[in-house]
Design a protein around this ligand. Structure first.
Ligand code: OGA
Ligand code: MN
Length: 203
């Protein structure tokens, strides 16, 4: 079930899947995300890590809600179960040593974006594989909000990925620059990062 993913990741470091999450899985995640939004649980996203964290609306203007794997709703248990299947398959074939997942819901309200970046912090390289699952039924190209994934280091070649419900994009966090083009309609997703154990010791 995951061989097509691991083969592509091994060969080129990124892949887009539309088979792992069913329509029902995605619809349930969408309902959960909307309910949290209505309850005011989201906060405006920041960039950087720990003390270096700051809101930089000129870089990213989405809002996020971090997910708690310890107390998942049924929709999120399903999400975590599928992501764990991916983690095990990737470890088996790519030896990445993926250890855990951090994930958040993200909402890009109309007019928001996330400028070109890498998903790795300067002082922490634990984030190894990025997984973005989109929750938007019948997304139209004119709605914008595509993820532009740059395929080479000088960012000359890229692929635009539509944030359509059920599309899951996976790519190596430290290797691929990417951005979210301005969304013209609210755009919902679940973003996860598989982390490997941090090798640095406190002494
Ligand atoms: C991120 C990110 C891409 C997307 O949250 O780091 O790049 O398509 N998201 O939502
Ligand atoms: Mn990113």
């Amino acid at each position: 079930m995951t061989a097509h993913l691991t083969d592509a990741l091994l060969e080129r470091g990124w892949v887009v899947d539309t088979t792992l999450f069913s329509r029902e899985d995605v619809a349930a995640l969408r309902v959960a995300c909307e309910a949290e939004w209505r309850d005011g649980k989201f906060h405006e996203a920041a960039t950087g890590r720990a003390e270096g964290q700051r809101r930089r609306a000129e870089i990213r203007s989405d809002s996020v809600l971090w997910l708690d794997e310890a107390r998942p709703s049924p929709a999120l248990s399903r999400y975590f179960a599928i992501l764990d299947e991916i983690r095990v398959a990737v470890n088996r074939q790519l030896f990445l040593g993926l250890h855990d997942l951090e994930a958040h819901f993200a909402v890009f309200p109309e007019g928001t974006f996330y400028k070109k970046h890498l998903d790795r912090f300067r002082d922490d390289d634990a984030r190894t594989l990025t997984a973005v699952l989109y929750l938007n039924e019948a997304w139209q190209p004119e709605n914008g909000g595509q993820m532009r994934l740059y395929l080479d280091e000088d960012c000359t070649d890229y692929r635009d990925i539509e944030p359509e419900a059920g599309t899951l994009a996976l790519f190596l966090s430290g290797r691929f620059w990417h951005e979210v083009l301005p969304a013209r309609c609210p755009r919902l997703s679940v973003t996860g990062w598989f982390r490997r154990r941090n090798e640095s010791l406190p002494w």
